[in-house]
Design a binder for this molecule. Structure first.
Ligand code: DC
Length: 222
């Protein structure tokens, strides 16, 4: 069977990472959480009091940031300069700054370069906002996920609670909609459905139904 690239894009908290992880597991593929990389850069800016509106400071920061992924206790974890930051990057303070950080072209260029290197042997499932349009425009399967905003809010609320992170439901919804707005309207690689992407609306789908649909599409391409 041919090893392919599967690109999953969509709005915040649509279940992209749930689907991407399940697909990667079923196909024995690598999983690339591109959003975690923008979150890691954001955490670095916050922890080092770096004004990300200052291009020189951003250039300096990018030279001092090393991001990689490792499996810890069976979970895909994000590491920033050798430290496991998987939990810290999900906190609201990071969510509140990540979309503005992700509008910065120099940040995007650095992340996209690394993402493309990770996909050079194919056999990868990547999720994000510009995967099918910019990172892997030649991906064999492109999925654009959508879901009702109330359902997305509830899912994110539950996800954070499961991780022991407390957050107000209204704050979560406000943050999701604000990020969708910034991510869709930025000038550099905005969130767009690729012309050759298949839309899955998972508002009324269970995780296993959504996985079954996507797996059938992947197998057709393989
Ligand atoms: O998928 P996520 O919610 O963890 O992503 C966090 C933010 O990172 C998202 O609001 C926009 C940005 N992002 C991006 O610009 N491009 C990507 N490929 C992935 C994420």
């Amino acid at each position: 069977m041919k090893r392919i690239i599967i690109a999953i894009d969509g709005y915040s908290s649509c279940g992209k990472s749930t689907l991407a992880k399940a697909l990667a597991k079923a196909l024995h593929y690598a999983y690339l959480d591109s959003g975690a990389m923008y979150r890691a850069v954001t955490l670095f800016f916050l922890e080092n009091n770096i004004d990300y509106n200052d291009p020189e400071k951003v250039t300096w920061a990018l030279q001092h940031i090393e991001i990689h992924f490792e499996r810890v206790d069976g979970q895909n974890c994000t590491f920033l300069n050798g430290v496991n930051i998987e939990q810290a990057i999900r906190e609201m303070r990071v969510s509140q700054h990540v979309s503005p950080v992700a509008t910065i072209s120099s940040v995007r260029r650095a992340m996209v370069r690394q993402q493309q290197a990770m996909g050079n042997r194919r056999g990868i499932v990547a999720d994000g906002r510009d995967i099918g349009t910019v990172v892997f425009p030649d991906a064999e399967l492109k999925i654009f996920l959508t879901a009702d905003p109330d359902v997305r809010t509830s899912r994110r609320h539950l996800e954070l609670a499961t991780k022991g992170i407390k957050a107000d439901r209204n704050d979560i919804q406000h943050n999701l909609l604000e990020r969708d707005q910034i991510d869709s309207n930025r000038s550099d690689s905005p969130l767009r459905q690729a012309a050759d992407a298949v839309v899955i609306d998972n508002t009324l789908l269970s995780e296993s139904q959504q996985l079954a649909q996507a797996l059938a599409m992947a197998k057709e391409k393989m």
